[in-house]
Design a protein. Structure first.
Length: 444
């Protein structure tokens, strides 16, 4: 029987890495490791082995994947035709493939010629578009219409049983990168809401610029006068936040005094205090990990920002769920903790933005995106700028640039604005020691 592909709606084809997975869990509130173990167990019960980089993709992450085209992927609707008709995929998923779960094994194992012939019929409606900066994966092209092991398969199923069976078949067909949509087809409405948020939601992410990252990585010197200025400002900020916390404790003397003062001073004081209470929390005593989420070939060919650790974006969700010993054995650095500060960087920023969403979905709270990527680093010729390219395409020549110096003052100002100044100062001298010296001087 010839292979038939039905376009089910949604932008299809982009760039980069294939993945593998098992089945999704009902709730994102369930513990992350428990979700992974349950999914693996389900896939095994279906007679298959879980994909190497299997994970559940949330509706938000799927919406961002489609918008950013962060990696090469295919969305595959594995529901029966009647279920698709009752609950069709939204317009923003135009281009997705409809391959019922019962036919998935044969389709994924079909010869290339059969895929090419079937895909040609669906090509007219496969209207994929490139993300805002293409980030080295989608390269502004529609991409291949034939799934390969380089692609991430995102499976949308009707129920967990169908989801598990489809994931097991994809793994058996050699797909290492398989994601199943958390909540299945019933979560499509939520995904559509996130897709509609689009650029506004992306801009809400915590953004780090080059000068600030250079300081965090200790790649730029912090002058003594700037250090002292930051220390004084930070000490005052910590004192104000401590006072706010005391004032917010119900029944405390400070709270009563605060209420009396607010009533006496009038609306202006209240609004001022409200603004101060909304200040960014100061992060202290935490590890800072800069994760380079590009592909292996990019990092090898064009260099890496000194101090940046390597964890490809398509491996990130499954990696964060690994036991700590397995993680360190595979990636050669200590697994990030939920309290650590993560800075994600890629060639430009598309993959970094998507990686940040994946990390938040996994429970990480202090997540930042280095917006410039290695293409805009330009502090050293050891880290080369380059244009986007697919993994299976010839690598482009490096782009010439003249190395520049970081703006230390601008970088320090941004770190303070984001609540990261304490982490910078801790690299140079213990902040607590400095604060004690200041207190002693005041007492004298």
């Amino acid at each position: 029987m010839p292979l038939k592909l039905i376009n089910a709606g949604g932008s299809l084809t982009f760039s980069a890495v294939v993945l593998a997975t098992l089945w999704a869990v009902k709730s994102i509130a369930a513990a992350a490791r428990q979700r992974q173990n349950t999914a693996a167990s389900s896939s095994t019960q279906q007679g298959g082995q879980a994909s190497k980089y299997a994970f559940c993709i949330t509706p938000t992450a799927l919406a961002w994947l489609v918008q950013l085209q962060a990696v090469p992927y295919f969305v595959v609707d594995v529901r029966q035709a009647d279920d698709v008709a009752d609950n069709p995929l939204p317009n923003w998923l135009q281009g997705a493939l409809h391959i019922p779960e019962s036919q998935l094994a044969g389709a994924l194992s079909a010869p290339f010629a059969a895929w090419t012939s079937a895909a040609a019929a669906a090509a007219a409606t496969a209207a994929g578009t490139a993300g805002p900066d293409n980030d080295g994966d989608s390269a502004g092209q529609l991409g291949s219409l034939v799934p390969t092991p380089h692609h991430l398969l995102v499976l949308i199923a009707q129920n967990e049983q169908q989801q598990a069976a489809a994931a097991a078949k994809a793994a058996a067909a050699g797909y290492d990168r398989v994601a199943v949509l958390e909540g299945g087809a019933s979560s499509l409405q939520e995904a559509t809401q996130h897709a509609a948020a689009g650029e506004a939601a992306m801009q809400a992410q915590q953004i780090l610029h080059r000068d600030a990252l250079a300081l965090l990585l200790d790649l730029a010197a912090l002058p003594e006068d700037l250090y002292l200025q930051l220390s004084d400002s930070l000490a005052l900020q910590l004192q104000q936040q401590q006072q706010q916390q005391q004032q917010q404790q119900p029944g405390s003397p400070c709270a009563a005094e605060h209420e009396e003062a607010a009533a006496a001073d009038g609306p202006a004081a209240s609004s001022s205090e409200a603004a101060a209470a909304a200040a960014v929390p100061v992060l202290q005593g935490r590890r800072v990990l800069v994760l380079d989420v590009r592909r292996h070939d990019e990092r090898t060919l064009y260099g890496a920002i000194p101090g940046a650790l390597h964890l490809p974006v398509d491996e990130l969700p499954s990696a964060l769920l690994l036991p700590a010993s397995h993680f360190s054995h595979r990636y050669h650095f200590e697994q990030p903790g939920c309290g650590d500060v993560l800075v994600l960087q890629s060639r430009q920023s598309a993959r970094a933005h998507w990686a940040a969403q994946l990390a938040r979905d996994a429970g990480w709270k202090h997540v930042f995106v280095y917006a410039g990527g290695v293409r805009n680093w330009q502090l050293s010729l050891a880290v080369q700028a380059y244009s986007a390219y697919q993994q299976w395409q010839p690598p482009p020549d490096p782009e010439p640039f003249v190395p520049c110096q970081p703006d230390v003052a601008a970088g320090a100002a941004q770190l303070q604005q984001l609540g990261l100044a304490a982490l910078l100062l801790e690299q140079h001298a213990p902040l607590q020691q400095y604060q004690q010296q200041q207190q002693q001087q005041q007492q004298q």
